[in-house]
Write a protein that binds this ligand. Structure first.
Ligand SMILES: Nc1nc2c(ncn2[C@@H]2O[C@H](COP(=O)(O)OP(=O)(O)OP(=O)(O)O)[C@@H](O)[C@H]2O)c(=O)[nH]1
Ligand SMILES: [Mg+2]
Length: 339
């Protein structure tokens, strides 16, 4: 982002125009605005600050769980039910980073396609960003934008394995963990990760005969307190069949009840602020990572020398880190100068 002012600068006229049209609800302008926001940098940060005064602290619902559990199919059903209840819905679908699930992005689009002509629904898919933390940053930025753009419910779909997913889940008001029958071993695996963060658990694919066993297992695990986010809310367990459209109303009821709880417990804005704090932290990491990459490139010779010698690792690392910090400080000064 070198050379660009980071603070205090006004938006270019074309962007100002785009922002105005997006706020009027023009879908094409909204799409282009989101593309600008997704690209980390000064422009995205400036734009975001124009949007935050409009934020309403809308409910952010994270859907996570094992690959193939039926999250996208279920989310599509949930969108339908939320629409029937009069809500405007935005979705951030995160493409799994695993090379095994290539094409998942297309899959998500297809599964939610039934809503593509509904002006009250906006679905945005994002995939892996080059630098670490990039995915979380893009997702959190989109959530912030949708909150300001008047969406009542914002859904994030992730696979729930990596750090990015955990970050994002911490930014949600309500976390729905989706599992499916015959996923016994996966439940064990998930326990270490997202299984303990759910407010609502879903056994999807209940049209399958093995579903009863999974439901009983989950119900037992919840009772024992093995899974579920701790606090003033007793985690719920819901049985659904996304393909048959069963249990969707109950799931949306649970999502609504949890929202009532969040408001009652005074957690609504607290979660918004913690998600924004994370956004700022990730932006800082991003700035440092970019500077570091640049500096490591420029010091390739010295790095190689240290590598050959097999010593002086820490000294070289400290030098790199110090120079990267210096660069970032330079950017800040530049921005302040623009006042
Ligand atoms: N029998 C049955 N199949 C389902 C149900 N829900 C989804 N499926 C099927 O399960 C497969 C995976 O569904 P997705 O909605 O893509 O699952 P996902 O969890 O979003 O998958 P990833 O995003 O790749 O992790 C598809 O073939 C769906 O048709 C259900 O309730 N019952
Ligand atoms: Mg999916």
């Amino acid at each position: 982002m070198g050379g660009c002012a980071l603070a205090g600068a006004a938006l270019p006229g074309v962007v100002e125009d785009l922002l105005r049209r997006a706020l009027e609800g023009q879908p094409r302008a909204l799409g282009r605005l989101l593309s600008l926001l997704e690209r980390p940098g000064p422009l995205s940060a400036r734009l975001l600050e124009r949007l935050t005064p409009r934020a309403r602290g809308s409910q952010v619902v994270g859907f996570t769980g094992i690959p193939g559990a039926g999250k996208s199919t279920l989310v599509s059903r949930v969108i339908g039910e939320l629409r029937r209840r009069g809500y405007r819905v935005a979705v951030v679908a995160i493409d799994p980073t695993s090379p095994l699930s290539q094409g998942a992005l297309m899959g998500d689009r297809l599964r939610m396609q039934e809503h593509s002509t509904d002006p009250g629904v906006f679905i945005r898919s994002i995939s892996t960003r080059g630098l670490r933390g990039g995915l979380s940053l893009a997702a959190l930025t989109l959530v912030e934008a949708f909150d300001a753009l008047g969406y009542d419910k914002i859904i994030i779909e992730t696979v729930g394995v990596g750090q990015a997913e955990v970050d994002i889940m911490h930014a949600a008001h309500t976390i729905v963990v989706v599992t499916m029958p015959g996923a016994g071993d996966d439940i064990q695996a998930l326990k270490a990760g997202v299984m303990e963060i759910g407010d609502i658990y879903v056994v999807n694919k209940s049209d399958k005969p093995e579903a009863t066993k999974t439901y009983e297992y989950m119900s037992f695990a919840l009772e024992k307190g093995d899974i579920g986010r701790q606090g003033g809310w007793a985690p719920r367990l819901v049985r659904t069949s996304a393909v048959m459209g069963q249990g969707v109303r109950e799931l949306v009821d649970a999502i609504e009840e949890h929202w009532e709880y969040v408001n009652r417990a005074g957690l609504r804005w607290e979660r918004v602020y913690s998600r924004r704090s994370l956004l700022v932290r990730l932006t800082a990491e991003r700035l440092l990572a970019e500077s570091l990459e640049e500096i490591a490139g420029a010091r390739r010779g010295e790095l190689l020398e240290v590598a050959r010698r097999g010593s002086g690792f820490l000294e070289e690392a400290l030098r790199l880190a110090g120079e990267a910090c210096g660069e970032v400080r330079g950017l800040l000064g530049e921005g302040e100068g623009q006042g």
